[in-house]
Ligand binder design. Structure first.
Ligand code: GLA
Length: 387
């Protein structure tokens, strides 16, 4: 059965919704380490203080999932025995999670859920991982499914890979679930070992500037980049059989196989190796309180994404270029998959208001689009409360 949508007829009994489980599921930022997660490299994300809120309760049915999005004002019903893809992409994040829970041998019975989101969509702060992980975490608690946090991270990633069709890495789901307040996670995406680094950014804040564009290249180019990296690995593996991913590849190996890999593949791979090094350097800069050094690494990351990995766009480049002349902005870079979404800026706190006004005006003059600005704080991962 396809989900039935109804924009107005919310069931009468949703008006007095007594939740059994409440979930606050955060979006994420990524300080540095972009497009490295699916190459088994390093990333440095954190959950943020902006979230999707869920309320769950069981209903009396065996197989009816009734879900209301307050944000979209959309009501949907799914038959848990007949889960199939929807034409409405946001529903597929939920359907994918249900599907993965069922595939893992767990049983769900009827439930109701209300969703309310503070997260802008397409802004590069991973509202999708927040939706998947919050939904999975809530069902885990409601039905005592005994899934670990790591199960939820992996299951949510699989939901996105298999059901939504985005071949994403693990960074977003890991950050949304596992983060700690006022820390960045330095995550090794190969071993999944995480180090929590205090987010001591002194007189600065993290400012997100949303381009408010989302070019539709994003999904196809994302999967293409992934493929380009995997193709290079396959070439190198023919001689160096121990190589499993770009993580084990060195600059010398790239040099050795540069003819076979080709100019484009080479640019992509070099970027990934350099970005992994930048994450390592950023950890040092952050731990020693050298925010200027950290900022330089952020700029270098952006330039790599712009020129070598080629996942930026004019709007993002404009925002980064604009910040570069300001001594009170230490670093700025595009964040997330690219082709739109937002930049993350490390900026002195007392300069934020004036700068936001200035950059908004300039951006609007250039693109005739009003950008949005929010400051974010590294925050804890998914919070689940049994009521
Ligand atoms: C998206 C994906 C992540 C990651 C980033 C790029 O957010 O979901 O897995 O690959 O892009 O760093």
């Amino acid at each position: 059965m396809k989900p039935t949508e109804n924009y107005t007829n919310i069931p009468e009994d949703f008006k007095n919704f007594k939740a059994e489980v409440k979930v606050a599921s955060p979006g994420r930022i990524n300080l540095i380490g972009e497009h490295t997660d699916y190459n088994q490299g390093f990333v440095m994300p954190s959950a943020i203080d902006k979230k999707i809120h869920f309320k769950f309760r069981k209903n009396d049915s065996d197989n009816s999932a009734r879900i209301y999005s307050e944000t979209f004002e959309i009501y949907v019903e799914f038959d848990l025995n007949k889960i199939s893809k929807s034409n409405n992409s946001w529903e597929n994040y939920l359907l994918g999670v249900i599907d993965e829970i069922q595939k893992s041998g767990k049983t769900l019975t009827g439930f109701d859920c209300i969703i309310n989101s503070e997260l802008p969509i397409g802004a590069g702060i991973s509202s999708s991982a927040a939706l998947e992980c919050g939904f999975a975490g809530g069902l885990n608690s409601l039905f005592s499914l005994n899934l670990s946090q790591m199960d939820i991270v992996k299951l949510s990633q699989r939901a996105e890979n298999n059901f939504v069709g985005n071949n994403c890495g693990i960074m977003d789901q890991f950050a949304s679930v596992m983060s700690r307040k006022e820390h960045f996670i330095k995550l090794d995406c190969e071993s999944l070992e995480a180090e929590f680094i205090p987010a001591e950014i002194q007189n600065c804040k993290l400012l997100l500037l949303n381009t408010n564009v989302s070019h539709n290249l994003a999904d196809s180019e994302y999967n293409t980049r992934r493929q380009e990296c995997e193709n290079a690995v396959a070439i190198i593996q023919q001689k160096y059989t121990e190589v499993k991913s770009l993580r084990q590849v060195t600059f010398e190996m790239l040099e050795e196989f540069k003819e076979k890999i080709g100019a484009t593949g080479l640019k992509r791979c070099r970027y990934v190796l350099e970005e992994n090094n930048r994450v390592q350097e950023s950890e040092k800069a952050l731990r020693s309180g050298d925010l200027k050094a950290l900022g330089k690494l952020m700029y270098a990351s952006h330039r790599g994404l712009q020129h070598q990995y080629e996942v930026s766009c004019n709007e993002l480049d404009f925002l980064v270029d604009f910040s570069e002349d300001e001594s009170f902005i230490y670093g700025s870079r595009m964040m997330g998959g690219g082709f739109g979404g937002c930049t993350i800026n490390l900026i002195e706190t007392n300069k934020i208001d004036d700068y936001v006004e200035k950059v908004k005006k300039a951006y609007q003059e250039k693109f005739n689009i009003i950008p949005t600005a929010i400051t974010v704080v590294p925050d804890e991962g998914t919070q689940i409360t049994k009521v």
